[in-house]
Design a binder for this molecule. Structure first.
Ligand code: GLU
Length: 309
């Protein structure tokens, strides 16, 4: 196999696991795809532990994941980062958005939102956040912070995913103003991921297709914060026999670190990559060539980038 994408100067990719449990086949596929894409482009690959959803974090899972990656030969090019050590950056971004009047405090409880959505459903309206607190708290106490999405004429965000093709989402009708700081005081994933990808200079994001519908929100936030939009590639998610995405909640097994080659073969199989190599290093070499060949078969024109209406 000789296909080789042109080296991308300045390519910076990343794997951003949430430490909610050990690495399983679903997260390994994402780690492997992002590593292969970085290698195939001659770029750097970073690891960022997304540990700010504190109630979901499992103590020690971060080290377990880092250890497993090392056993699999997936070594980051820079020291790993932890989101829990980067909260000042999220505060700064929120302040910037507040100064620009892009966000507002929201006093709605989950129940109030659910009730109003039920009402909307009865009236055949869309299920986006109804904007109750957009023009004031109406006597409620502030709970969360929401970002204003553009009104419907300007709310369509489209991007060309390198694997999935063109994707579009209307932020106003499909979603509504979304949360950046949660009622429990925790940072929303959407804000933290955008701030970190921007601050770490990430140029290429390769992750699971379960995050496809988060991407338009992230592109919108990049736009508001004056950050560049990376290129995106979402790989199909690994599912169990019931068709559920593999995750800790769906009972995914930790990968067997004692047999890294078998784990890589299985993850590679999910991506359509096969090699008879007998060592981790040579398997990864073959898989990098295989990934480069696979990229050539992806939809033409999928590199055009993102647009906002
Ligand atoms: N931390 C997220 C997860 O494990 C991934 C975030 C991302 O890749 O943008 O699902």
């Amino acid at each position: 196999m000789s296909a080789c994408p042109s080296p991308a100067p300045g390519y910076r990719g990343r794997f951003a696991p949430s430490p909610t449990g050990p690495l399983h086949m679903g997260s390994l596929v994402t780690a492997l795809a992002s590593w292969l894409d970085a290698r195939a482009h001659g770029g750097s690959w970073l690891v960022r532990v997304e540990d700010i959803d504190y109630p979901r974090c499992v103590r020690g899972a971060d080290q377990q994941i880092l250890h497993a990656l090392a056993r699999l030969g997936l070594h980051p090019d820079e020291p790993p980062q932890w989101q829990s050590r980067r909260e000042a950056l999220y505060t700064e971004a929120l302040r910037k958005l507040e100064t620009a009047h892009r966000i507002y405090p929201c006093g709605c409880s989950r129940k109030e939102i659910a009730d109003s959505l039920l009402h909307a459903r009865e009236r055949h309206q869309t299920l986006a956040y109804p904007g109750t607190c957009r023009d004031g708290l109406h006597g409620r106490l502030p709970r969360a912070w929401r970002v204003r999405v553009p009104d419907s004429d300007d709310a369509l965000v489209c991007f060309d995913d390198r694997w999935q093709g063109r994707q579009c989402q209307d932020l106003a009708t499909e979603l509504g103003d979304f949360v950046l700081r949660r009622a429990d005081g925790l940072w929303a994933y959407q804000l933290a991921v955008v701030v970190d990808d921007g601050q770490q200079g990430i140029t290429h994001i390769v992750r699971g297709a379960d995050l496809l519908d988060s991407t338009p929100r992230q592109i919108y936030l990049q736009h508001l914060l004056g950050l560049p939009t990376p290129s995106y590639l979402h790989v199909p998610v690994v599912t169990n026999a019931l068709g559920e995405k593999l995750s800790k909640q769906s009972g995914a097994q930790a990968i067997d670190e004692l047999d890294p080659l078998a784990a890589l073969r299985s993850a590679g199989g999910h991506l359509g990559l096969a090699s008879a190599a007998q060592s981790v290093e040579s398997w990864l070499g073959d898989a990098t060539a295989g990934w480069a060949a696979l990229l050539e078969r992806l939809p033409a024109g999928a590199q055009r980038g993102a647009t906002m209406a």
